[in-house]
Design a protein around this ligand. Structure first.
Ligand code: HEM
Length: 353
């Protein structure tokens, strides 16, 4: 609160308050594009790492595949598919002890994203290893694992993948034209990693809150619609994506009582913005009953999470179905060990008896 916009010893600018983060995420003078001086370009960047107009064209092409009018039954189909997968995973949980990350929170989004994209599930152990190796590095794009994953997806695109989003994208002749092969590979990489690495943490972080405070489990059992505010409060209070690195100032930007100079690298601390007391009262208290406030759990502005409706639905379905299991479970390790990534926050395991 004292220094909403400050400088790290390495020169990176940090932004910590809700209003300033949100303003910068809407500011065209802040770029998300890969800076070739600082990062090897290698594979074509996905739309997460591009600016308009390239970003907008790619995002529009992908968005067409995610719902009406192009696919009117998309959400209803998704919900059905989530419920089927969730029921199977819960039926397979061992009766004595279980790891709710390895045996539930992780496989659910993986099964969903593979089915959605048309990526063979049998290849999952290979690409999980590549994703883990890449995300443990300071610069994931600059790792052999990232390039191997790119090659794998390139081969898949060339071989005309199984029915799913990748195949539809490859054949879609919309008003924006088709994606090139490089653009398709970049989009596939983005969706596979985003689908793999974030929803798992949302479900795991929410499960941890519930195990620690069983009164919320009671509420969920009494009223399934309580899953909606519950998931929103987890996204605010313990967001799976803690901060956004990589932004670059394209101009001098006066903000928060200082000026971020042109060329500076800017990191936006979403998790801190979500607990900004000038934006939300009593911010450190977990309270799903609080008056709804906008949060930064899915970012903001033109890069606002593309998968947000899907991730919300997936987590709500998962927690409703998991509630009876959680009601009988006891956490074996508290606090649990956390995953090593600095950006993505969630327990590595959630062992329960
Ligand atoms: C962007 C969070 C699930 C696809 C983002 C951003 C955040 C975020 C914070 C903004 C990144 C930035 O501005 O640099 C999350 C969280 C999720 C989740 C917390 C789960 C709980 C998903 C899923 C998908 C997805 C399931 C895919 C189906 C994307 C894409 C972008 C994005 C494609 C880039 C959008 C753009 O650049 O226009 N996500 N995400 N996300 N997310 Fe998610």
């Amino acid at each position: 609160r004292r220094t909403p916009v400050g400088r790290e010893p390495d020169g990176t600018w940090l932004v910590t308050t809700f209003r300033e983060i949100s303003a910068l995420l809407h500011d065209p003078r802040i770029s998300s594009a890969v800076d070739p001086d600082r990062e090897p370009v290698g594979l074509a960047p996905s739309f997460l790492r591009t600016d308009p107009p390239q970003h907008d064209r790619l995002r529009r092409l992908a968005t067409r595949q995610f719902g009406p009018p192009h696919r009117p039954t998309f959400v209803a189909d998704l919900q059905q598919s989530f419920e089927g997968i969730v029921d199977r995973l819960i039926a397979d949980l061992p009766a004595s002890t279980a790891d709710l990350v390895d045996q539930f929170a992780y496989p659910l989004p993986v099964l969903v994203i593979c089915e959605l994209l048309g990526v063979p599930l049998a290849d999952e152990p290979r690409f999980k290893a590549w994703i883990d190796q890449a995300l443990a590095a300071e610069n994931p794009r600059d790792t052999p694992a990232f390039r191997e994953l790119g090659d794998y997806l390139g081969d898949l695109v060339d071989a005309d993948p199984e029915p799913g989003l990748l195949r539809s994208l490859a054949h879609d002749d919309g008003p924006d034209g088709r994606m090139t092969r490089d653009e398709l590979v970049g989009t596939a990489l983005l969706l596979l990693i985003a689908g793999h690495e974030t929803t798992v943490n949302l479900i795991a972080n929410a499960s941890l809150v519930l195990l620690r405070e069983p009164r919320w489990i009671e509420r969920l059992l009494d009223d399934p619609s309580f899953a909606i505010p519950l998931v929103e409060e987890v996204l605010r209070w313990d967001p799976p994506v803690q901060f956004l690195p990589w932004r670059t100032a394209l101009d001098d930007i006066p903000i928060g009582g200082t000026t971020i100079p042109r060329g500076a690298t800017v990191t936006l601390l979403l998790a801190a913005g979500n607990r900004d007391a000038t934006h939300v009262s009593d911010p450190d208290r977990f309270d799903p009953d609080r008056r709804p406030v906008p949060h930064l759990g899915f970012g903001d502005g033109i890069h606002y999470c593309f998968g947000a409706p899907m991730a919300r639905l997936e987590a709500q379905v998962a927690l409703r179905a998991l509630a009876p299991v959680l009601a009988r479970a006891r956490l074996l390790e508290d606090p649990p060990e956390y995953r090593p990534s600095p950006v993505l926050r969630g327990p590595r395991h959630l062992r329960v008896a």
